[in-house]
Ligand binder design. Structure first.
Ligand code: DER
Length: 223
């Protein structure tokens, strides 16, 4: 099976976790896009969705799925999202799609985080994937220096040759050279650096379930 086929497999499998009659939390990325396509088949059985990005909102609305503002709804039963990496405890690195801040907000609203990923995302230790961190532009160089002090190399993410601007109007640095052996402590530490909006470690907002697309089918991991 190709990676695209594995993403379709887990995107469809995630429908089983959507609670009829309840608004569903929806993440961002190519795997989530497969979930959104599958969700269209259930759109008459749910009131709609809360979205973690402009990109996902556009896709949901294009399929006739109403999108609510997070402030309009209370607790969500489930949040479905992808990951750049996920370890054996359900801790994740996210932000490859530049939506990490709103993803963490919507994830925090949900009782259960169901991660959908192809098998390439499952790792023993987080940190091989360049860690996304959303920063206030004024603080970028200070944050770069602080990561350098930890042995990390932080680079401002560019789009068409200029710094990418997130849905929140901020910048992103991607950090290589880190080995995240204590994701909970690392997330707490970096999140309070001046100028950091969100660090792309999802340990405090970890996944409880991971639907992993493998050549042998969908594996359900529980954390
Ligand atoms: O940006 C994100 O956090 C996405 O969920 C990303 O981590 C996964 O995107 P993909 O499904 O396109 O690999």
């Amino acid at each position: 099976l190709t990676q695209d086929e594995l993403k379709t497999l887990v995107g469809q499998a995630a429908l089983a976790y959507v609670v009829p009659g309840e608004i569903v939390g929806v993440g961002t990325g190519s795997t989530v896009n497969k979930f959104i396509e599958a969700l269209a088949s259930m759109k008459d059985r749910i009131p709609g969705a809360v979205s973690s990005s402009v990109a996902s909102t556009e896709r949901l609305r294009a399929l006739g799925i109403p999108v609510f503002d997070a402030n309009e709804v209370g607790e969500l039963a489930v949040y479905i999202d992808g990951a750049d990496e996920i370890d054996g405890r359900g801790f994740m690195v996210k932000g490859g799609g530049a939506a990490l801040t709103r993803e963490k907000i919507v994830a925090a609203e949900a009782r259960r985080f169901v991660c959908i990923a192809d098998e390439s995302k499952l790792v023993a230790t987080l940190g091989a994937f360049p860690l996304p961190v959303e920063v206030i532009p004024m603080a970028t160089q200070r944050v770069v220096r602080q990561f350098a002090a930890l042995g990390g190399v932080a680079r401002v993410r560019l789009k068409d040759g200029v710094p990418l601007v997130t849905d929140n109007g901020q910048h992103i640095v991607d950090v290589t050279g880190l080995s995240l052996t204590d994701p909970l402590a690392f997330e707490s530490e970096v999140n309070q650096w001046p100028g950091v909006v969100t660090v792309g470690v999802f340990a405090h907002q970890k996944a409880q379930v991971c639907l992993l697309g493998t050549s042998g089918g969908v594996k359900t991991l529980k954390f």
